[in-house]
Write a protein that binds this ligand. Structure first.
Ligand SMILES: O=c1ccn([C@@H]2O[C@H](COP(=O)(O)OP(=O)(O)O[C@H]3OC[C@@H](O)[C@H](O)[C@H]3O)[C@@H](O)[C@H]2O)c(=O)[nH]1
Length: 342
């Protein structure tokens, strides 16, 4: 008997959040939850989704790394709602879509309280999946390129299983996101939940926290303050940087497309950290120094997305080159650091 009802569960379409969704006479808006919507990528996603008048956007954020400041233009808007909420606690609301972004993403912040980071990834994702199951919502998880660890295959396709240290200082994040991906697929297979998984590669743009600790924000803030750019050794390690508007475009395409993923969303332009420092120096402050400093354990030596799948399945590829995106971020940092252009 139990086996039969379990089998039925996998074939049954997920429940509709409300009878109104199927009504001929009422055309309700699409209600979208964004966990972590007050953060850097989340707030840009809010801006884009709010452009569509058929969308109602609900943000749940605990403000650990996000801030109300990022959403100030929407506070009070009739189609927008902001809830102070930590995803490690259950949330009961009716929504059609869930973008599950909540988790500190900068290594400094996710390593600050690793137990909390893993709880956010595991219990937070369970709670969001529980909500998706109850109300029949489609859920997108923002996973990470860190699931590939220190990759031995380059560039990284989605089929690569990764090279991750399970007991290292980064594992609260990379193993946490790997478990989150597992949970997504288990809920999909076991309960028929509609899932989407994006593997986000390094992303930059306006609204990154000034003291976020990640490399692009560090270098821009240092260049504007006239401080030396701190390249962590050896400086030959590579990353590929995606501008935030391209990232948001990729996430929305993935959510509204038909493929579960995982799909890499990132810019394949690859730079060493020395090259990045030289570019920031040239564009923002040619008189500053570049200094080599100690690195942290398990820093991946190379990272570049293979985006063939995103191109084929989503018709997506990034448009903004690093040399175009850096000045846009510089403008925002100048305003916030109060360093006007001479
Ligand atoms: O001041 C700095 C900061 C960082 N770095 C180097 O820059 C590289 C990138 O470091 P970041 O801290 O920006 O980001 P990481 O690539 O380590 O992690 C990121 O990966 C992808 C996302 O999921 C996350 O946002 C984040 O975890 C590293 O090699 C690091 O050693 C510097 O050279 N100088």
């Amino acid at each position: 008997m139990a086996a039969t009802s379990e089998k039925q569960n996998t074939t049954k379409p997920p429940p509709s959040p409300s009878p109104l969704r199927n009504s001929k006479f009422c055309q309700p808006n699409m209600r979208i939850l964004i966990s972590g919507g007050a953060g850097f990528i989340g707030s840009h996603l809010v801006d884009k989704l709010m452009e569509n008048e058929k969308n109602e956007v609900v943000v749940a954020d605990n403000y650990f790394t996000g801030s109300k400041e990022n959403l100030k233009k929407w506070i009070g808007h009739p189609r927008f709602e902001l809830i102070r909420h930590d995803v490690t606690e259950p949330l009961l609301i009716e929504v059609d879509r869930i973008y599950h972004l909540a988790c500190p993403a900068s290594p400094i912040f996710y390593k600050y309280n690793p137990v909390k980071t893993i709880k956010t990834n595991v219990i937070g994702t369970l709670n969001m999946l529980g909500l998706a199951k109850r109300v029949g919502a489609r859920i997108l998880l923002t996973s990470t390129s860190e699931v590939y660890g220190d990759p031995l295959i380059h560039p990284q396709p989605e089929s690569y299983w990764g090279n991750v240290n399970p007991i290292g200082v980064r594992s609260c994040y990379d193993e946490g996101k790997r478990v989150a991906e597992t949970l997504m697929f288990d809920y999909h297979r076991q309960h028929g939940i509609e899932i989407r998984i994006a593997r986000i590669f390094n992303t930059y743009g306006p609204r990154m926290n000034i003291d976020d600790g990640r490399v692009v924000s560090n270098f821009i803030a240092q260049a504007l303050r006239g401080e030396a750019l701190t390249v962590q050794k050896p400086g030959t390690q590579t990353r590929s940087f995606c501008y935030v508007s391209d990232m948001v475009d990729g996430l929305i395409r993935l959510m509204e497309g038909n493929d579960t993923g995982p799909i890499n969303i990132g810019n394949p332009g690859e730079f060493t950290m020395v090259e990045l420092a030289e570019t920031v120096k040239e564009l923002i402050n040619p008189s500053i120094e570049i200094k080599m400093v100690e690195n942290t354990p398990d820093d991946p030596r190379q990272r570049k997305p293979d985006i063939s799948k995103a191109k084929e399945v989503l018709g997506w590829e990034p448009k903004v080159k690093l040399r175009e995106g850096l000045p846009l971020m510089e403008e925002d940092f100048r305003l916030r650091l109060n360093v006007p252009r001479n």
